[in-house]
Design a protein around this ligand. Structure first.
Ligand code: FES
Length: 163
């Protein structure tokens, strides 16, 4: 861990009355720095928080916002739960595979995208839903997905949508 990262984590920890409450923001800081939550990051978080690595692993594995392997610059999380399934997730995933060669797993060869199926993103009324980095995209169709991905591939920021 670099000195700058350690200082950042210590500063985060100092803002919480109970040090262990800082675990999630510290994991975000480590993920920002390493690209994903590496085994080293788990050990570093455990040491910083005076927790066991098993306790840290339990938190990391619970939240889909923490990634356990490298992702693309834009990490696309497609909801695979009931409401989204009923409104076209399978069609959307098939399209992403056929047109964009995206399948769940590591980053695309160009490093721009990665894809993950996730459980309910808590926006069921706007199904089907996907999250790109921290931004939501609603009522996705293959055509709409093409527009979003084309924009991102051209360097647009993931802005998501406001409802
Ligand atoms: S089922 Fe997709 S957001 Fe809830």
């Amino acid at each position: 861990m670099t000195e700058a990262l350690r200082e950042r984590c210590e500063a985060i920890k100092a803002t919480y009355p109970e040090a262990q409450s800082a675990l999630i923001p510290i994991l975000h800081a480590l993920q920002d720095s390493y690209g994903y939550v590496t085994p080293q990051a788990v050990e570093e978080a455990a040491e910083l928080m005076a927790m066991t690595t098993a306790e840290v692993e339990g938190v990391v594995s619970f939240y889909t916002l923490f990634h356990r392997k490298a992702t693309g610059r834009y990490h696309i999380q497609v909801c695979d739960n009931l409401a989204c399934q009923l409104r076209g997730t399978d069609e959307l995933l098939a399209h992403l595979k056929e047109k964009w060669q995206l399948e769940p797993g590591g980053p695309s060869p160009d490093g721009i995208f990665s894809l993950e199926r996730v459980e309910c993103l808590a926006a069921c009324g706007y199904a089907p839903v996907a999250q790109v980095n921290l931004r939501y995209y609603y009522h996705l169709t293959p055509e709409k997905a093409d527009q979003v991905l084309s924009g991102l591939a051209d360097g647009e920021e993931a802005r998501g949508e406001r409802i």
